[in-house]
Ligand binder design. Structure first.
Ligand SMILES: Cc1ncc(COP(=O)(O)O)c(C=O)c1O
Length: 385
């Protein structure tokens, strides 16, 4: 048997680090996990109760497009948080935002479509586009624009009627791996630019709810003709439940529905009941965010003492993206040494970018405060020796 060309996409290096960290742990080493982008907490208690109740009372059959009450509840969330009136028919429940991306790329782009995204990026964006025979057009961002795309940069890639122009734009704010955010006007201008060229704007809003003193804005505030991808994985602390959602324009509902029916039929039913309860568990979830905020403060003051002193602005999510170019250009070897020598697992910049710009390390701080304190101590001693 021979693998397809489309399967020849880059792996997630973070998974290699994660596997090695777990193997070391099984051998009895004390490992601090700062590599995986996931909360260290379970879903809140009412969510677990709702899941148990659903298992006991529902037949767990398919729920195509999603439980009506969950779609209605998510629509209401757009009213509560962004002052928007979104029809529940525009909400599609997905198996995490990952399935939302597959559906969106298939619904919006034909083979060869050129989709713009900023670097550093969440690795699945270019990898999935490549697997689907689209072309990721990677636009390097810089510290000047908080590692987010600017209207000037994207404008240069727009060529009306030209086969070399962009066929779509994908943006995340807060972003992974940087945690940086677009300003309200920055997001608005990119949405309007795509509107003017009549190309799809896809907004990854998975880290909404996890911000530190900044308000996150939905692309839907500026145009209803955009695609929003969201998930219960991060703020709602439900990564393994594999549940998320899309907001799609009215005229696209049927296209997404056809693809969803054929690709997935429906998302996990028990997770949908759990997700419904999660939407009303904000008090517990905001406590989780308060822990991330404390962890972030600890790292921002502690990491410079270990020689990591240049970070992307960590306005949201739970990552610190540290520049290590003054130490080494090889972030992969650096991360493996850090793991083997002091048991601190973090993700090398090679997952998120290319060339010289990979001399970075992403520290995820969604774990316990005591782990963060210990990691800082280990890093200080290691870098001093
Ligand atoms: C920016 C971003 N988008 C999407 C995802 C995928 O999340 P999920 O499929 O669990 O919803 C992740 C996961 O780390 C992410 O960081």
């Amino acid at each position: 048997m021979k693998p397809s060309k489309r399967s020849e996409i880059a792996p997630f290096l973070v998974m290699d680090i994660f596997n090695r960290a777990n193997a070391l742990e099984r051998q009895g080493h004390d490992i601090i996990h700062m590599e995986a982008g996931q909360p260290g907490t379970p879903a809140p208690e009412p969510v677990l109760e709702a899941a148990k109740h659903a298992l006991a009372t529902d037949t767990m059959g398919y729920k195509p497009l999603g439980l009506p009450q969950l779609r209605e509840r998510i629509a209401r969330h757009y009213g509560d948080f962004y002052g928007l009136d979104i029809a529940p028919s525009r909400i599609i429940i997905t198996s995490g935002s990952s399935a939302g991306f597959v559906l969106s790329f298939l619904a919006l782009f034909d083979s060869g479509a050129r989709v713009g995204l900023g670097a550093p990026y969440y690795p699945a964006y270019p990898n999935l586009l490549n697997a689907l025979d689209c072309v990721p057009v990677i636009i390097p961002t810089s510290a000047d624009s908080d590692y987010q795309l600017t209207i000037e940069q994207v404008s240069k890639n727009m060529h009306e009627g030209s086969p070399k122009g962009l066929d779509g734009l994908l943006v995340a704010s807060p972003a992974n791996p940087t945690g940086s955010m677009l300003s309200k006007t920055g997001l608005e201008s990119l949405v309007h630019l795509c509107g003017a060229y009549d190309i799809p704007f896809i907004s990854d809003e998975i880290y909404h709810g996890i911000t530190y003193g900044h308000k996150s804005h939905s692309a839907l505030e500026f145009d209803s003709n955009v695609i929003v991808v969201n998930s219960f994985s991060k703020y709602y602390s439900m990564t393994g439940w594999r549940i998320g959602w899309l907001v799609v324009p009215e005229n696209m509902e049927r296209s997404f529905q056809r693809l969803d029916q054929n690709l997935y039929i429906a998302s996990p039913t028990v997770s949908q009941f759990a997700a419904l309860a999660a939407m009303d568990a904000r008090a517990e979830l905001d406590e989780y965010v308060a822990v991330y905020a404390r962890n972030r403060d600890l790292l921002l003051s502690g990491l410079p003492k270990a020689g990591f002193d240049a970070f992307a602005p960590a306005d949201g999510a739970f990552y610190l993206y540290a520049d290590i170019s003054h130490i080494t250009s090889d972030s992969e070897s650096f991360c493996y040494r850090m793991l083997d020598e002091i048991g601190v697992a973090a993700t090398p910049g090679t997952d998120f970018d290319t060339g010289a710009r990979t001399a970075r390390v992403r520290f995820s701080y969604a774990g316990k405060e005591s782990d963060i304190t210990e990691a800082i101590e280990r890093l200080k001693k290691w870098r001093a020796s």
